[in-house]
Ligand binder design. Structure first.
Ligand code: 5RP
Length: 230
């Protein structure tokens, strides 16, 4: 088996968890490796109770007999392990290429620690080359899109939005029943101000900027895994 960087990052996260912990399970191809590894450990007696961040991850975890619960049943999670699309020097993330950003953020907000697992290509000097996913209500979505475009370019260098289309050629629908617009901001100059501006738009459900949430990043390349701590 070829060990990809994503797999190596996921494997490194295994040494960050302990039996008996309550875990949040991320979404995406890197998180999928972690869930597979966790499934093997559970089969060998590792004790855990987990909350998945998407229907896709829930299905995978159920197939692997990983014990699941809902977030409301726990006072907190010990650790959430998830992937990312971009990570900057301050460990601010762009997430949501897989469309699970809303649940991912809710789950991460209830975790004592967030561990991000990724290959080295996700590390960036400036956020924004990757389009920022923004989850919006279906109701009057064109109005919401226009209002996001009206934010202007004070905190970003470009502002072009595209409604995400799914594999069925229809608008992509999230697990929460919303649409996603992918925002081509080119470069994000101030993530905190951009976050506030986006959340001020009435039809915005949530966006994929994760600010002050990631505690540890396990980043893999050909030379191994580097651990970054905030
Ligand atoms: C899904 C996400 C993913 O974690 C992110 O897109 C990274 O995915 P991958 O591990 O497949 O590169 O945010 O909403």
């Amino acid at each position: 088996m070829e060990f990809t960087a994503k797999y190596m990052a996921a494997k490194a996260a295994i040494s960050e968890i302990k039996s008996g912990q309550r875990l949040g399970l991320g979404t995406g191809s890197t998180a999928r490796y972690f869930v597979d590894l966790l499934g093997e450990m559970v089969a060998n007696g590792f004790e855990t109770i987990c909350v998945p961040t998407s229907i896709e991850t829930e299905k995978q975890a159920l197939e692997l007999n990983i014990p699941l619960t809902d977030l409301d049943s726990l006072d907190e999670l010990d650790i959430v392990i998830d992937g990312a699309d971009e990570i900057d020097d301050n460990m601010i993330l762009i997430k949501g290429a897989g469309g699970a950003l809303w649940r991912e953020k809710i789950v991460a907000s209830k975790a004592k620690r967030m561990i991000v697992i990724a290959d080295h290509s996700k590390m960036v000097a400036n956020l924004g080359a990757f389009p920022l996913p923004i989850e919006i209500n279906q109701f009057a979505w064109k109005t919401t899109k226009k209002q996001i475009e009206n934010i202007g370019t004070d905190y970003i260098t470009s502002n072009k939005l595209k409604l995400r289309i799914g594999s069925n050629s229809e608008p992509f629908i999230t697990d929460g029943g919303h649409f996603i617009v992918d925002a081509f901001f080119s470069r994000i100059l101030n993530a905190k101000k951009l976050s506030s501006a986006l959340l001020n738009v009435a039809g915005v459900v949530q966006h994929g900027l994760f600010i002050d949430m990631c505690d540890i990043a396990l980043i893999a390349d050909d030379n191994g895994v580097t651990r970054y701590e905030r």
